[in-house]
Write a protein that binds this ligand. Sequence first.
Ligand code: EMZ
Length: 385
Amino acid sequence: MKESIFTDPFKKARQETGIGEMDDQNDPVAMILGHKEVRRAAHNWKSYSSGAIPGRIVIPSEVNIRSIRQIPFEVDPPQHGAYREVVEKWFKRPLEKKYEEELTLQIEALVTKVLEQDSFEVIHDFALVLQSQALTLLFNVPFEEAQTWISWGTHVFRSKDSALDGAKANVLYDYIDQKLAESSSNPGKDFYAVLLAAEVDGKKLTAEEAKGVLILTFAGGRDTVINAVTNSIAYFAEHPKALEWLRKEPELLPTAIEELIRYFSPLTQMGRVATQDTMVCQHAVKADSRISLCWASANRDETVFENADEVVLDRKANPHVAFGFGTHNCLGATHARQVMKVLLRTLIAKVKSIDIHDAKDNIEDLGDFKRKVGFDSLTVKFNKI
Ligand code: EMZ
């Protein structure tokens, strides 16, 4: 099979019932699969809450490895909006010229380095490095800090041997505690200081609340960005004409990026907990049970996207929900889009073609559904222009 083909495992269920069912650690999930229904449920935070016990809206559930609420992700309106307001401006900084310039320098240096190699493993030698380095800009901390974050691997809660690794989670929590302690005695111009100075409803954020925002910032955009970067490289390896096309028409880049993100949907789904008995697609949902908004399925909904299973780089209307939808849409989306833009710009400037030497798929096991979300490893060679 071609490495860059990501099939849609939800098609049949979406067409037949609109609902998928999976178990997750004995806490079942009714997955909403259609685009319209996903958007409608995402809006309906009164019936489908994000404010459940910490970790329960994540699939696989993280209730056993963390007790701290991620903010603003696990908070419902109206409190969600109040928290979001204090961080929103900081998360728009990727649009500033200086930020983009620094990101460009980082990514150009990385691409230049791997261009000299006979081959390299994209996830560990490229995407993880790129993600961690770029995150130093989002935090506004020294570049060298990326080394520590790289050592954590592709997911802060998951390791090779364990889907949910409590010991690993503790490394992150201890790190955050230490950074917050340092910042409160000696504040810098970084995200820690911004959080410790922030006020919500006239009250300073507590250390626990700041920690909740920080855990989200470290955990939320990690494997997702890594998958978006890695999967795009596999795609361009197999579609050299696509790379040529963007080289000739770079004004297409923003459209192309949205399309790659729709097609790969790096975050498969996000859960909610029903606050009352409801019905979804003629399926009874009991109070306190879980549903999920299956972004990956909604993004292949053939009633919304023509040729939904193809990458159409110049797709006109693209109402994808890969960054979520409604109140909780992704806070890190501005940063993620800038990362993708600068990466693609650098690739078209420096890379003639890409050869795949070896690939191992990363398949998510969602009960009846098996979904390729990315790679466990992808070894490639970049050929110079
Ligand atoms: C949570 C989640 C946020 C979760 C938008 O997604 O990302 C997952 O990777 C983390 O494990 O804790 O942050």
